[in-house]
Structure formats: structure tokens, C-alpha cells
Ligand binder design. Structure first.
Ligand code: G3H
Ligand code: 13P
Ligand code: ZN
Length: 307
């Protein structure tokens, strides 16, 4: 089955009140783990590639890995650029066969964010490629862009932004952040704001970045076997389920993949110090990605059986 775009995926997710998972991929085992979970759950999947992933693996390798996954599966799979920092990277990915790109101008002045998003839209749409944009700023680090404080998305501005930029979906800031340390105190999201944005943009798909839950069993496992990820805290699953039932159609998850792999590799090394064949420790890491993603699909995103 060829790659698909997110259009029908999101239209159905919006109507039926669930979200599609967008999982960051950096290597073969991550791609395999996610796609195996999607196949088991018969769920649509978005595989997303950051600038860092392109730098690490190389765009050609990533695209070929995903082509290999497509050969073996009949799932609807979107290939998406995560946090494209300028027009050029969006263009390179569109030219390289991506079916969806994100231009992240959230750090730019408002008018400039609109102008570059519009430029990406004008290049993408004639080529049948979807464009996600971002308005508001998440705290945390993503590649080279980092922000200490979040700036929540203004609902009226979001409506104006969508109209003027022509983007197809919008990432909003309502309290999530990237990475493993999302909340110092109580975890909460601004659902009133989300509802307001949704009302001003009827039928329009919203995106939640920084949506890892930071499962505490992975944190404990990593720490037990020599890691130092104390105090890590993510978005509680019930809050994500609530957002998925609103206008949020795409939920981004990267940190949980990193934690699943690292915790299991640490455990493996501690228990079997004599092993040194990379296949011996990458296999449990890949299995951990698969079961974590299957759990998300089934119990958090609600998109089991929607492929
Ligand atoms: O939003 C950021 C994603 O977790 C990607 O992270 O830029 O380190 O690949 P990365
Ligand atoms: P997490 O760091 O919460 O996994 O967020 C990932 C993300 O938003 C990728 O764009
Ligand atoms: Zn993100």
C-alpha cells in the first residue's frame, strides 16, 4: 500500500472523536515496533521525522525504511516532517516523497509565521501534501529550538492564522511541553482554551505536541538499572483521551519511545553483562516500543480498528 496523506484520516478521527498517533522515528527498530503495533491494532499510523532524525539517519535511509514497512503492511501510513524549521527543509521533504510536513514558525513574529507557512502551503498543496503549522509556544527543547516558558495559543489569533496561512492543521499550546519533564507540580491542560479554539475552527483538525505520558514503570526501570531520570513526569493518559475526544486529531509521541527502549536496554545490560550482540538488546527494545504503542492506540488514542 502506498503512503497516504492525513486528510481522510483526520476527517474520520474528528467525526468519531479519536486521535491518530504520530510517532517519531529514528531507526529501523523504532519503525518496525510502531508498524507492528499498528498492524496488531488495525490502526492508522503517522510516522514522523524530525530534523534531528534526518541528520542522524539520513533522509534516504528513513524513507527507504518506511517504504519497506509499507511493502509488508496494508495500513494507512503517513510520512510526516516534524518541526520543519524553514521553507527549505519542508521543500526537501515534499520533494523526497513525504505526504505531510510541519512548518514550525511558533518562534517567529506572528506575521512572519503566517508568511512562511503560506509559502510552504503554496508549494505543498499543488503537490498534494498536507501542511501542519504551529501557533503558540511549548516549553522544552526540540532540536535547536528551545523555549523556557510556554505561550498558550490565543483562540482568536488561531482562527485568523488558519484563514490567512491556509494551513491544513494546527499545533496548539495548551500546557504540554516536549521531553520527559513536563510538569513540576500538578499536570493540567487548558481544556477551556482548547474548546474555544475548536469552536472558532469547526471541523478543523488540531495537533497536540509534547504528548508523551512518561510511563512511570519505564522511569523506574531506567533508574533501577543505572539511569538518572528522576522526577520525570508526562501528560496523564486520561487528559490525552479527553483531548482526543475534542478537536485534537493528531497526538505526538517521542519521549515514551526513547524511555521504552532505554529502560529495556539498561535492564538487559544489567542482567546479561556477557552479551554484546546488538541484536540481543535491540530486540527487547523493539518489542517494548511495540507494546507501548499498541497500548497508546488501544487505550489512549482510541484508534484501534480505524485503519
Ligand atoms: O519535538 C521534538 C521531537 O521529540 C523530536 O526530537 O529533534 O531530538 O529528534 P529531536
Ligand atoms: P514528547 O516529547 O512529549 O514525546 O513530544 C513529542 C513531539 O511533540 C514531537 O513533535
Ligand atoms: Zn513536537
Amino acid at each position: 500500500m502506498p503512503l497516504t496523506g492525513p486528510k481522510e484520516m483526520f476527517a474520520r478521527a474528528y467525526k468519531e472523536g479519536y486521535a491518530v498517533g504520530a510517532f517519531n522515528v529514528n531507526n529501523m527498530e523504532i519503525v518496525q515496533g510502531i508498524v507492528a503495533a499498528g498492524a496488531e491494532e488495525k490502526a492508522p499510523i503517522i510516522l514522523q521525522v524530525s530534523a534531528g532524525a534526518r541528520k542522524y539517519a539520513g533522509q534516504a535511509y528513513i524513507v527507504k525504511l518506511i517504504e519497506a514497512a509499507l511493502q509488508e503492511s496494508d495500513l494507512p501510513i503517513v510520512l510526516h516532517l516534524d518541526h520543519g524549521g524553514d521553507f527549505q527543509i519542508c521543500k526537501d521533504c515534499i520533494d523526497g516523497g513525504f505526504t505531510s510536513v510541519m512548518f514550525d514558525g511558533s518562534h517567529l513574529p506572528y506575521e512572519e509565521n503566517i508568511a512562511v507557512t503560506r509559502q510552504v502551503v503554496d508549494y505543498a498543496h499543488p503537490r498534494g501534501v498536507w501542511v501542519e503549522a504551529e501557533l503558540g509556544r511549548l516549553a522544552g527543547v526540540e532540536d535547536e529550538v528551545s523555549s523556557e516558558k510556554s505561550i498558550y495559543t490565543d483562540p482568536e489569533q488561531a482562527a485568523d492564522f488558519v484563514k490567512r496561512s491556509g494551513c491544513d492543521s494546527l499545533a496548539v499550546a495548551i500546557g504540554t511541553s516536549h521531553g520527559a519533564y513536563k510538569f513540576a507540580g500538578e499536570a493540567k491542560l487548558d481544556f477551556a482554551r482548547l474548546e474555544k479554539i475548536g469552536k472558532l475552527l469547526p471541523g478543523f483538525p488540531l495537533v497536540l505536541h509534547g504528548a508523551s505520558s512518561v510511563p512511570q514503570d519505564f522511569v523506574e526501570m531506567a533508574n533501577k538499572y543505572g539511569g538518572k531520570v528522576g522526577g520525570a513526569k508526562g501528560v496523564p493518559e486520561d487528559l490525552l483521551r479527553k483531548a482526543a475526544g475534542m478537536a485534537v486529531c493528531k497526538i505526538n509521541i517521542d519521549t515514551d519511545i526513547r524511555l521504552a527502549m532505554t529502560a529495556n536496554i539498561r535492564k538487559f545490560f544489567a542482567e546479561k553483562p556477557e552479551e554484546f550482540d546488538p541484536r540481543s538488546y535491540m530486540k527487547p527494545a523493539r518489542d517494548a516500543v511495540k507494546s507501548m504503542v499498541a497500548h497508546k492506540i488501544r487505550n489512549v488514542l482510541g484508534c484501534s480498528g480505524k485503519a
